[in-house]
Design a protein around this ligand. Structure first.
Ligand code: ADP
Ligand code: MG
Length: 481
């Protein structure tokens, strides 16, 4: 299962786009469906949320376009406005190396005229919600007679939301010799029926998740905005981890960035990722194994097979897109019968992917409060005190009577001298604390009842619109009163 993006039959321009996004290897659904879809067959791709279905259909779609024409050649139906925006953004990013490519997202609740203007200028791909797409079709601002690829993203959810008539109307209006791709996390009867009526012998690619145990690992997560991640990571490192840790990021760029900032902040850090030569990677790993560096920043690919026994903690600086990668990552700790810890950073809609991971591993991930500056200081003092106590007990320290006498005779008492020394120690190579937005937010413990992905599909329009983070907003408002 070691497919490379280069093996999938994608064009140079698309490989450039993928490279820019920093994707290192195709996810399982991408590896399986992209070569198939490129042959022009219809297909149904099933794999869990967060497994990279967007790129799985977007890449073959982009490859099929004739950019010398500005007629609509591809259409993607999405259940919600948020998804339509997300999908069209990802398509745009993947197409960043394709000169002359245009796309637009069209969805309800937004002014028509801007969408009309974009459509008039000419786009090759339209991403939208069924209702609004039909509005444009009826106004003749959207013509679908040159569509060659139709994609239904989260078809099951669209059906649950009551879009059946709209979906059928749109599919009926498309040229019959088009390619039709269905992608979703779950299957249901409705989707099956739709596939039968609107596709030709669709091939089914079903990526099943295997189960792996990670029981001996204490799994935690913190809600952190991207811009606060480094500060929170530093606090956690200062507070409780003074042994080996691996920090996983999703892209090479992020690995470079995190490694650089941590080094600047005084942590013994190095990194490995796919662009670093094998020899150099091995050198870094050896230094890590020997304890010459404490923190290793890595991508999934580079860390594959990494076998080091005394890793105390694994950080998911970025949440992996594939639950299996999560298991592989955190499995770097708790080796050789030891216990281990994993710390995952999530924010916003990541929470859905974390839930998928919890279902996949059948293990809960505990939400933790970000330590405040005071708590970090306190923990550091505690460490220092216990170190002093241990030393006093063991008696294995040098005496500095002359220095002590000099300070005493200058008129200071022992307690003052101790405080001054302690202060020096405590502030030595101390970094400045950064105040982050999260410091001012209220922590709601046990905020575990979030909507879950697969079930939320059954909830219909109203429930699936509910965003998991609204509760915090509400609490914030309450506190202000
Ligand atoms: P799904 O539609 O299956 O729920 P998405 O397509 O939204 O999943 O992908 C989830 C996230 O993973 C996105 O942020 C996407 O950019 C990222 N991603 C997708 N494919 C890869 C890959 N091959 N390598 C790294 N990240 C990826
Ligand atoms: Mg998706």
């Amino acid at each position: 299962m070691d497919t490379n993006f280069n093996d999938l039959g994608l064009s140079e321009e698309l490989l450039t786009g993928i490279q820019k996004l920093g994707f290192e290897k195709p996810s399982p659904i991408q590896a399986k469906t992209i070569p198939l879809a490129l042959t022009g067959v219809d297909l149904l791709g099933l794999s869990q949320t967060g497994s990279g279905k967007t790129a799985a259909f977007a890449l073959p779609l982009l490859q099929s376009l004739d950019l010398s024409s500005k007629l609509v050649q591809g259409i993607v139906l999405c259940p919600t406005r948020e998804l339509a925006v997300q999908v069209s953004e990802e398509i745009q990013r993947l197409a960043s190396g394709m000169e002359g490519f245009y796309t637009v997202a069209i969805y309800g609740g937004a002014p028509m005229d801007r969408q009309v203007r974009s459509l008039k200028k000419g786009v090759q791909v339209v991403v939208g919600t069924p209702g609004r797409i039909i509005d444009h079709m009826k106004r003749k601002t959207l013509k679908l007679d040159s569509v060659q690829v139709a994609i239904l993203d989260e078809a099951d959810r669209m059906l649950d939301m009551g879009f059946r008539d709209e979906m059928e109307f749109i599919l009926d209006s498309l040229p019959v010799d088009r390619q039709t791709l269905f992608f979703s996390a779950t299957m249901n009867k409705g989707v099956n029926g739709m596939i039968k009526s609107f596709s030709r012998d669709a091939e089914v690619v079903n990526i099943k998740s295997s189960t792996l145990t990670v029981e001996s690992i204490d799994q935690t997560y913190y809600e952190v905005r991207n811009r606060s991640k480094i500060e929170v990571l530093s606090r956690l490192l200062d507070m409780e981890f003074n042994s080996k840790g691996i920090i996983f990021c999703n892209t090479k760029q992020m690995v470079e960035e995190v490694c650089e900032v941590l080094t600047m902040r005084g942590y013994l850090t190095d990194r490995i990722h796919g662009d670093i030569t094998q020899t150099n990677r091995e050198r870094v790993i050896k230094r890590f194994r020997d304890g010459k560096i404490e923190l290793l920043v890595a991508t999934d690919v580079a860390a594959r097979g990494l076998d080091i026994d005394d890793i105390a903690v694994v950080f998911n600086y970025d949440l992996p897109y594939d639950p299996e990668d999560y298991v592989h990552r955190i499995g770097r700790t708790a080796r050789a019968g030891r216990s281990g810890k994993s710390v995952t950073f999530v924010f916003g809609r990541d929470i859905h992917r974390l839930e998928t991971i919890e279902r996949y591993t059948k293990q809960p991930v505990k939400r933790m409060k970000i330590p405040s500056q005071e708590e970090v200081e306190g923990a550091k003092s505690d460490t220092l005190v216990s170190k002093v106590r241990d030393l006093l007990e063991s008696g294995s320290y040098n005496t500095y009577d002359t220095a002590f006498d000099r300070l005493l005779s200058a008129g200071n008492n022992a307690s003052e001298i101790f405080s001054a020394l302690f202060h020096i120690l405590n502030t030595q190579n101390n970094r400045e604390f950064e105040t982050i937005t999260e410091d001012t937010e209220t922590f709601v413990p046990n905020k575990k009842k979030r909507i879950s992905n697969d079930n939320s599909y059954k909830g219909g329009r109203k429930r699936s619109r509910k965003r998991p983070f609204r509760r915090k907003d509400r609490d914030k408002k309450r506190n202000r009163k």
